[in-house]
Design a protein. Structure first.
Length: 348
Protein backbone atom coordinates (compact mmCIF):
# COMPACT_ATOMS: atom_id res chain seq x y z
CA UNK A 1 0.00 0.00 0.00
CA UNK A 2 1.17 3.50 -0.78
CA UNK A 3 2.64 5.05 2.37
CA UNK A 4 1.13 8.57 1.84
CA UNK A 5 -2.29 6.98 1.28
CA UNK A 6 -1.95 4.96 4.50
CA UNK A 7 -0.90 8.07 6.38
CA UNK A 8 -3.87 10.01 5.04
CA UNK A 9 -6.34 7.29 6.06
CA UNK A 10 -4.74 7.03 9.48
CA UNK A 11 -4.97 10.77 9.95
CA UNK A 12 -8.64 10.80 8.90
CA UNK A 13 -9.43 8.02 11.40
CA UNK A 14 -7.50 9.89 14.10
CA UNK A 15 -9.37 13.10 13.24
CA UNK A 16 -12.74 11.33 13.51
CA UNK A 17 -11.76 9.65 16.80
CA UNK A 18 -10.57 12.81 18.54
CA UNK A 19 -13.59 14.75 17.22
CA UNK A 20 -15.98 12.14 18.67
CA UNK A 21 -14.06 12.14 21.94
CA UNK A 22 -14.19 15.94 22.13
CA UNK A 23 -17.93 15.84 21.39
CA UNK A 24 -18.40 13.33 24.21
CA UNK A 25 -16.56 15.66 26.58
CA UNK A 26 -18.75 18.60 25.61
CA UNK A 27 -22.03 16.65 25.64
CA UNK A 28 -22.82 17.09 29.39
CA UNK A 29 -22.85 20.85 28.72
CA UNK A 30 -24.20 20.81 25.17
CA UNK A 31 -27.06 23.13 26.18
CA UNK A 32 -24.63 25.73 27.54
CA UNK A 33 -22.47 25.46 24.41
CA UNK A 34 -25.49 25.58 22.10
CA UNK A 35 -26.99 28.66 23.73
CA UNK A 36 -23.59 30.33 23.91
CA UNK A 37 -23.23 29.90 20.13
CA UNK A 38 -26.86 30.90 19.45
CA UNK A 39 -26.65 34.06 21.58
CA UNK A 40 -23.32 34.97 20.00
CA UNK A 41 -24.89 34.75 16.55
CA UNK A 42 -27.92 36.75 17.72
CA UNK A 43 -25.92 39.54 19.39
CA UNK A 44 -23.05 39.71 16.88
CA UNK A 45 -24.56 42.73 15.02
CA UNK A 46 -24.73 44.57 18.36
CA UNK A 47 -21.13 43.59 19.09
CA UNK A 48 -20.04 45.06 15.76
CA UNK A 49 -21.64 48.37 16.73
CA UNK A 50 -19.79 48.23 20.04
CA UNK A 51 -16.52 47.69 18.17
CA UNK A 52 -17.19 50.82 16.12
CA UNK A 53 -17.65 52.77 19.36
CA UNK A 54 -14.56 51.13 20.96
CA UNK A 55 -12.03 50.71 18.13
CA UNK A 56 -9.03 48.61 19.07
CA UNK A 57 -10.66 47.39 22.31
CA UNK A 58 -12.24 44.00 21.54
CA UNK A 59 -12.31 42.91 25.19
CA UNK A 60 -14.25 45.96 26.30
CA UNK A 61 -16.63 45.70 23.36
CA UNK A 62 -17.32 42.01 24.10
CA UNK A 63 -17.83 42.76 27.80
CA UNK A 64 -20.22 45.63 27.04
CA UNK A 65 -22.24 43.40 24.68
CA UNK A 66 -22.31 40.67 27.32
CA UNK A 67 -23.60 43.11 29.96
CA UNK A 68 -26.29 44.38 27.59
CA UNK A 69 -27.29 40.78 26.93
CA UNK A 70 -27.65 40.27 30.67
CA UNK A 71 -29.75 43.41 31.07
CA UNK A 72 -31.98 42.72 28.07
CA UNK A 73 -32.48 38.98 28.61
CA UNK A 74 -31.53 37.86 32.12
CA UNK A 75 -32.90 40.71 34.25
CA UNK A 76 -36.45 40.63 32.81
CA UNK A 77 -36.53 36.84 33.11
CA UNK A 78 -35.42 37.13 36.74
CA UNK A 79 -38.16 39.63 37.59
CA UNK A 80 -40.78 37.49 35.85
CA UNK A 81 -39.46 34.43 37.69
CA UNK A 82 -39.86 36.17 41.07
CA UNK A 83 -43.47 37.13 40.29
CA UNK A 84 -44.11 33.62 38.98
CA UNK A 85 -42.86 32.02 42.19
CA UNK A 86 -44.99 34.36 44.32
CA UNK A 87 -48.16 33.62 42.36
CA UNK A 88 -47.51 29.86 42.24
CA UNK A 89 -46.96 29.85 46.01
CA UNK A 90 -50.22 31.75 46.54
CA UNK A 91 -52.18 29.28 44.40
CA UNK A 92 -50.61 26.34 46.22
CA UNK A 93 -51.64 27.80 49.60
CA UNK A 94 -55.21 28.28 48.35
CA UNK A 95 -55.30 24.68 47.17
CA UNK A 96 -54.11 23.44 50.55
CA UNK A 97 -56.65 25.55 52.42
CA UNK A 98 -59.52 24.41 50.20
CA UNK A 99 -60.29 27.87 48.82
CA UNK A 100 -59.69 26.45 45.34
CA UNK A 101 -61.94 23.42 44.81
CA UNK A 102 -61.60 21.90 41.35
CA UNK A 103 -64.31 19.37 42.19
CA UNK A 104 -66.85 22.19 42.55
CA UNK A 105 -65.66 23.75 39.28
CA UNK A 106 -66.05 20.38 37.56
CA UNK A 107 -69.60 19.98 38.86
CA UNK A 108 -70.51 23.43 37.52
CA UNK A 109 -69.13 22.61 34.08
CA UNK A 110 -70.84 19.20 33.91
CA UNK A 111 -74.18 20.67 34.96
CA UNK A 112 -74.04 23.11 32.04
CA UNK A 113 -73.12 20.53 29.38
CA UNK A 114 -75.72 19.13 26.93
CA UNK A 115 -77.13 15.70 27.73
CA UNK A 116 -75.48 13.93 24.77
CA UNK A 117 -72.05 15.15 25.83
CA UNK A 118 -72.73 14.16 29.46
CA UNK A 119 -73.69 10.66 28.29
CA UNK A 120 -70.49 10.33 26.30
CA UNK A 121 -68.38 11.53 29.22
CA UNK A 122 -70.28 9.20 31.52
CA UNK A 123 -69.22 6.23 29.40
CA UNK A 124 -65.65 7.41 29.83
CA UNK A 125 -66.21 7.76 33.61
CA UNK A 126 -65.42 11.47 33.46
CA UNK A 127 -68.69 12.85 34.86
CA UNK A 128 -68.35 11.42 38.33
CA UNK A 129 -66.59 13.93 40.54
CA UNK A 130 -65.56 11.17 42.90
CA UNK A 131 -64.08 9.13 40.03
CA UNK A 132 -62.20 12.13 38.69
CA UNK A 133 -60.93 13.00 42.14
CA UNK A 134 -59.78 9.39 42.59
CA UNK A 135 -57.84 9.58 39.31
CA UNK A 136 -56.38 12.93 40.31
CA UNK A 137 -55.39 11.48 43.70
CA UNK A 138 -53.65 8.54 42.03
CA UNK A 139 -51.90 10.93 39.68
CA UNK A 140 -50.90 13.12 42.65
CA UNK A 141 -49.37 10.14 44.44
CA UNK A 142 -47.31 9.23 41.38
CA UNK A 143 -46.33 12.87 40.83
CA UNK A 144 -45.41 13.16 44.50
CA UNK A 145 -43.09 10.19 44.22
CA UNK A 146 -41.39 11.74 41.21
CA UNK A 147 -41.10 15.11 42.94
CA UNK A 148 -39.72 13.49 46.09
CA UNK A 149 -37.11 11.68 44.02
CA UNK A 150 -36.15 14.86 42.20
CA UNK A 151 -36.07 16.85 45.44
CA UNK A 152 -33.09 14.79 46.58
CA UNK A 153 -31.15 16.16 43.60
CA UNK A 154 -32.07 19.84 44.03
CA UNK A 155 -28.63 20.80 45.26
CA UNK A 156 -26.94 18.96 42.44
CA UNK A 157 -29.33 20.39 39.84
CA UNK A 158 -28.87 23.91 41.19
CA UNK A 159 -25.10 23.55 41.06
CA UNK A 160 -25.28 22.08 37.56
CA UNK A 161 -27.48 24.97 36.39
CA UNK A 162 -25.09 27.51 37.90
CA UNK A 163 -22.09 25.85 36.28
CA UNK A 164 -23.89 25.58 32.94
CA UNK A 165 -24.92 29.23 33.07
CA UNK A 166 -21.36 30.24 33.91
CA UNK A 167 -20.01 28.16 31.01
CA UNK A 168 -22.54 29.75 28.65
CA UNK A 169 -21.64 33.32 29.65
CA UNK A 170 -17.90 32.59 29.62
CA UNK A 171 -18.17 31.03 26.18
CA UNK A 172 -20.40 33.85 24.94
CA UNK A 173 -17.74 36.43 25.84
CA UNK A 174 -15.04 34.69 23.82
CA UNK A 175 -17.36 33.90 20.91
CA UNK A 176 -18.27 37.57 20.69
CA UNK A 177 -14.63 38.60 20.82
CA UNK A 178 -13.11 35.87 18.65
CA UNK A 179 -16.18 34.63 16.77
CA UNK A 180 -15.38 36.08 13.33
CA UNK A 181 -11.82 34.66 13.36
CA UNK A 182 -13.08 31.28 14.62
CA UNK A 183 -15.79 31.27 11.95
CA UNK A 184 -13.23 31.90 9.20
CA UNK A 185 -11.07 29.08 10.52
CA UNK A 186 -13.99 26.63 10.54
CA UNK A 187 -14.99 27.86 7.10
CA UNK A 188 -11.53 27.01 5.72
CA UNK A 189 -11.52 23.57 7.37
CA UNK A 190 -14.81 22.38 5.82
CA UNK A 191 -14.01 20.25 2.73
CA UNK A 192 -16.66 21.70 0.42
CA UNK A 193 -16.77 24.05 -2.52
CA UNK A 194 -16.49 27.69 -1.56
CA UNK A 195 -19.95 28.60 -2.81
CA UNK A 196 -21.52 25.67 -0.94
CA UNK A 197 -19.79 26.69 2.27
CA UNK A 198 -21.04 30.26 1.93
CA UNK A 199 -24.60 29.12 1.24
CA UNK A 200 -24.73 26.69 4.17
CA UNK A 201 -23.14 29.07 6.68
CA UNK A 202 -25.48 31.88 5.61
CA UNK A 203 -28.48 29.56 5.98
CA UNK A 204 -27.32 28.42 9.44
CA UNK A 205 -26.86 31.96 10.74
CA UNK A 206 -30.13 33.18 9.21
CA UNK A 207 -32.19 30.37 10.72
CA UNK A 208 -30.63 30.78 14.17
CA UNK A 209 -31.41 34.49 14.22
CA UNK A 210 -34.88 34.11 12.70
CA UNK A 211 -36.03 31.35 15.05
CA UNK A 212 -34.65 33.01 18.15
CA UNK A 213 -35.95 36.50 17.38
CA UNK A 214 -39.20 35.34 15.80
CA UNK A 215 -40.26 32.65 18.27
CA UNK A 216 -39.18 34.61 21.33
CA UNK A 217 -40.94 37.77 20.13
CA UNK A 218 -44.12 35.80 19.41
CA UNK A 219 -43.89 34.05 22.80
CA UNK A 220 -43.34 37.33 24.64
CA UNK A 221 -46.19 39.06 22.80
CA UNK A 222 -48.67 36.23 23.37
CA UNK A 223 -47.63 35.84 27.00
CA UNK A 224 -48.05 39.55 27.73
CA UNK A 225 -51.39 39.74 25.91
CA UNK A 226 -52.67 36.61 27.63
CA UNK A 227 -51.60 37.81 31.05
CA UNK A 228 -53.18 41.22 30.34
CA UNK A 229 -56.61 39.82 29.42
CA UNK A 230 -56.54 37.47 32.41
CA UNK A 231 -55.77 40.48 34.64
CA UNK A 232 -58.60 42.50 33.06
CA UNK A 233 -61.07 39.66 33.63
CA UNK A 234 -59.97 39.27 37.24
CA UNK A 235 -58.48 35.80 36.84
CA UNK A 236 -55.98 35.07 39.59
CA UNK A 237 -52.25 34.72 38.91
CA UNK A 238 -52.16 36.47 35.51
CA UNK A 239 -48.34 36.38 35.44
CA UNK A 240 -48.36 32.61 35.96
CA UNK A 241 -50.88 32.05 33.17
CA UNK A 242 -49.09 34.53 30.93
CA UNK A 243 -45.79 32.68 31.36
CA UNK A 244 -47.50 29.38 30.59
CA UNK A 245 -49.04 30.87 27.45
CA UNK A 246 -45.65 32.25 26.40
CA UNK A 247 -44.06 28.83 26.87
CA UNK A 248 -46.83 26.99 25.01
CA UNK A 249 -46.77 29.55 22.19
CA UNK A 250 -43.47 28.00 21.11
CA UNK A 251 -45.76 25.32 19.66
CA UNK A 252 -47.08 26.87 16.43
CA UNK A 253 -50.82 26.84 15.67
CA UNK A 254 -52.03 25.58 19.09
CA UNK A 255 -49.90 27.28 21.70
CA UNK A 256 -51.59 29.77 24.00
CA UNK A 257 -55.07 28.44 23.17
CA UNK A 258 -54.35 25.47 25.44
CA UNK A 259 -54.60 27.91 28.37
CA UNK A 260 -57.22 30.50 27.47
CA UNK A 261 -59.49 28.00 25.67
CA UNK A 262 -60.45 25.90 28.74
CA UNK A 263 -60.91 29.10 30.78
CA UNK A 264 -63.34 30.44 28.15
CA UNK A 265 -65.22 27.13 28.22
CA UNK A 266 -65.49 27.35 32.01
CA UNK A 267 -66.84 30.89 31.79
CA UNK A 268 -69.40 29.78 29.20
CA UNK A 269 -70.46 26.73 31.23
CA UNK A 270 -70.91 28.73 34.43
CA UNK A 271 -73.00 31.49 32.84
CA UNK A 272 -70.29 34.16 32.75
CA UNK A 273 -71.23 34.93 29.17
CA UNK A 274 -69.59 38.32 28.73
CA UNK A 275 -66.29 37.05 30.19
CA UNK A 276 -66.44 34.03 27.87
CA UNK A 277 -67.17 36.26 24.88
CA UNK A 278 -64.44 38.77 25.68
CA UNK A 279 -61.83 36.08 26.33
CA UNK A 280 -62.75 34.12 23.19
CA UNK A 281 -62.76 37.23 20.99
CA UNK A 282 -59.47 38.45 22.44
CA UNK A 283 -57.91 34.98 22.21
CA UNK A 284 -58.88 34.43 18.60
CA UNK A 285 -58.70 38.00 17.31
CA UNK A 286 -55.63 39.28 19.16
CA UNK A 287 -53.54 36.46 20.66
CA UNK A 288 -54.18 34.16 17.71
CA UNK A 289 -53.56 36.96 15.23
CA UNK A 290 -50.11 37.53 16.71
CA UNK A 291 -49.20 33.91 15.98
CA UNK A 292 -50.78 33.87 12.53
CA UNK A 293 -49.16 37.14 11.40
CA UNK A 294 -45.86 37.50 13.22
CA UNK A 295 -44.57 33.92 13.10
CA UNK A 296 -44.70 33.56 9.28
CA UNK A 297 -43.20 37.05 8.89
CA UNK A 298 -40.41 36.66 11.46
CA UNK A 299 -39.61 32.96 11.06
CA UNK A 300 -40.90 31.63 7.75
CA UNK A 301 -39.96 34.73 5.71
CA UNK A 302 -36.33 34.84 6.85
CA UNK A 303 -35.77 31.09 6.83
CA UNK A 304 -37.60 30.73 3.49
CA UNK A 305 -39.29 27.58 4.80
CA UNK A 306 -43.00 26.76 4.43
CA UNK A 307 -45.14 27.14 7.54
CA UNK A 308 -45.81 23.41 7.76
CA UNK A 309 -42.06 22.64 7.74
CA UNK A 310 -41.52 25.17 10.54
CA UNK A 311 -44.36 23.59 12.53
CA UNK A 312 -43.27 19.97 12.10
CA UNK A 313 -39.57 20.68 12.66
CA UNK A 314 -40.36 22.70 15.80
CA UNK A 315 -42.56 19.96 17.26
CA UNK A 316 -40.07 17.24 16.35
CA UNK A 317 -37.14 19.25 17.69
CA UNK A 318 -38.87 19.88 21.02
CA UNK A 319 -39.75 16.19 21.28
CA UNK A 320 -36.12 15.16 20.86
CA UNK A 321 -34.25 18.05 22.50
CA UNK A 322 -36.77 19.60 24.89
CA UNK A 323 -37.08 23.38 24.99
CA UNK A 324 -33.87 23.74 22.94
CA UNK A 325 -35.62 22.00 20.06
CA UNK A 326 -37.58 25.09 19.03
CA UNK A 327 -34.28 26.33 17.57
CA UNK A 328 -32.49 23.05 16.80
CA UNK A 329 -35.44 21.57 14.88
CA UNK A 330 -35.83 24.41 12.32
CA UNK A 331 -32.03 24.67 11.95
CA UNK A 332 -31.75 20.97 11.04
CA UNK A 333 -34.72 21.29 8.67
CA UNK A 334 -33.22 24.35 6.97
CA UNK A 335 -29.82 22.70 6.53
CA UNK A 336 -31.54 19.56 5.22
CA UNK A 337 -33.38 21.60 2.59
CA UNK A 338 -30.27 23.61 1.75
CA UNK A 339 -28.11 20.49 1.29
CA UNK A 340 -30.66 18.85 -0.97
CA UNK A 341 -31.04 22.07 -2.91
CA UNK A 342 -27.26 22.11 -3.50
CA UNK A 343 -27.32 18.42 -4.50
CA UNK A 344 -30.17 18.90 -6.98
CA UNK A 345 -29.00 19.69 -10.53
CA UNK A 346 -30.15 23.10 -11.67
CA UNK A 347 -32.20 23.41 -14.82
CA UNK A 348 -30.05 24.50 -17.75
Amino acid sequence: MNTPTLQNKTFVLLLIAVSLAFGAILWPYYEAVFWGVALAILFMPLHRRMLLRMPGKPNRAALATLLLCLVVVILPLTLIGISLIQEATHIYERLRSGQLNFGAYLEQVIAALPSWLVSMLDRLELTSVAAVQHKLSAFSVQAGQVIATQALNIGQNTLQFAVGFGVMMYLLFFLLRDGPALGRRIHRAIPLEEQHKRDLSAKFITVIRATLKGNLMVAAAQGMLGGFIFWVLGIQAPVLWGVLMAFLSLLPAVGAGLIWGPVAIYFLATGALWQAGVLTAFGVGVIGLVDNLLRPLLVGKDTKMPDYVVLISTLGGMTLFGINGFVIGPVIAALFMACWDLATPKNP
